[in-house]
Design a protein around this ligand. Structure first.
Ligand code: 6PG
Length: 259
C-alpha cells in the first residue's frame, strides 16, 4: 500500500485532524465483519506531541467512541513509576483515561514500571502476547500504532545504536539507552510492523531535519531507527503539520493530502 502523508496547518489542526482520523479507523474496524468480532487495539505513543490528541479524544461527546470496544496499550514506556512526571502512562492518565469511561481491563499498561525493566518488559511481552493474533503471526494484531519521532529519528523507545533495534521475535523488549542513561520498555519494530495501521504524528519545525533524514537519507536503521518502520501488510500514515514538513521534498510513490 502507498504511504499516506497528510499535512495539517499547525499543531492544533494536526491534533484535531488526528482525532477525526482515529475515529474513522475505529469506525471502519466496527464495520468490518471479519475484524469487529474483536476489540480495536490502539497503541499509544509517548512524549509531548500526542497529549493534545488525547485531550481532544477525551472531549468527544460521550458515546462517540465506545471505549468498551477499544484496548489501549503503550508503544513504549519510561522505566519510572506510573505517577512519575516522565511516565507515558501518567500523560495518558491525565489527558485521557481520567476523563473517559473505559473498562479497567481494556487498559493494558506496562506492569510495574520503575523497577527491574527486564522484568517489566517480560511481563508486558507476555501480557500483549495474550491479545488476538492473525494467522500464523507471532505478533498480536494491533489495529493502530501511534508513533512520535525524535530529533534523532528514534521512534517509540527504539533509539540509535541500541540493542532493541535488532529484535525480531519479541513483542516487547527492554532497551538500555546510553545517551539517556536509562532503560526503556518498547514495542519491537517487528511488533509495530505487524500492525494494520502505523501512524506517525510529527509536529513542529524542530522535526524537519529528522523527517528529511527519514525520507531521503540512505537507509541506515541503526542510525535512524524510524526507518525500521515499514508495516508488513499494514498501512503507513504520516500525519504532519506544515512546520514539520517545511520545504522537505516529499518521497516518491506516496499519497499526499494537504488537509
Ligand atoms: C517517548 C516516545 C518517543 C516520542 C518522541 C517524540 O516515550 O518519548 O515514545 O518516541 O514519541 O521522542 O517526542 P515528542 O512528541 O515529545 O517530540
Amino acid at each position: 500500500m502507498m504511504d499516506q502523508i497528510h499535512v495539517c496547518r499547525d499543531g492544533e489542526h494536526l491534533a484535531s485532524y488526528a482525532c477525526h482520523w482515529l475515529q474513522n479507523q475505529i469506525l471502519w474496524h466496527s464495520r468490518d465483519e471479519e475484524r469487529n468480532t474483536r476489540p480495536f487495539v490502539l497503541a499509544l505513543s509517548g512524549g509531548s506531541t500526542p497529549r493534545r490528541l488525547f485531550q481532544l479524544l477525551a472531549e468527544l461527546p460521550a458515546g462517540r467512541i465506545d471505549w468498551s470496544k477499544i484496548i489501549l496499550i503503550w508503544g513504549d514506556e519510561r522505566n519510572v513509576a506510573p505517577d512519575h512526571e516522565d511516565s507515558n502512562f501518567r500523560m495518558v492518565q491525565e489527558s485521557l483515561l481520567s476523563k473517559i469511561e473505559i473498562p479497567a481491563e481494556n487498559v493494558l499498561a506496562v506492569p510495574n514500571p520503575g523497577g527491574n525493566a527486564k522484568d517489566a518488559a517480560k511481563q508486558y511481552d507476555k501480557l500483549l502476547g495474550g491479545l488476538p493474533k492473525a494467522g500464523e503471526s507471532a505478533f498480536p494484531v494491533i489495529d493502530c500504532v501511534l508513533l512520535g519521532m525524535g530529533d534523532d529519528v528514534h521512534t517509540a523507545s527504539l533509539f540509535p545504536g541500541t540493542k532493541a533495534l535488532g529484535e525480531q521475535n519479541r513483542i516487547v523488549v527492554e532497551n538500555y539507552v546510553e545517551k539517556l542513561d536509562t532503560t526503556r520498555i518498547t514495542l519491537s519494530a517487528a511488533a509495530i510492523n505487524a500492525a494494520r495501521n502505523v501512524a506517525f504524528l510529527v509536529c513542529g519545525e524542530a522535526k524537519q531535519t529528522a523527517l528529511s533524514i527519514l525520507w531521503h537519507a540512505p537507509r541506515n536503521p541503526q542510525k535512524y531507527p524510524a526507518q525500521l518502520i515499514r508495516p508488513t501488510d499494514g498501512q503507513l500514515w504520516m500525519l504532519l503539520d506544515k512546520a514539520a514538513l517545511g520545504d522537505t521534498p516529499l518521497p516518491q510513490n506516496v499519497m499526499v493530502q494537504m488537509i
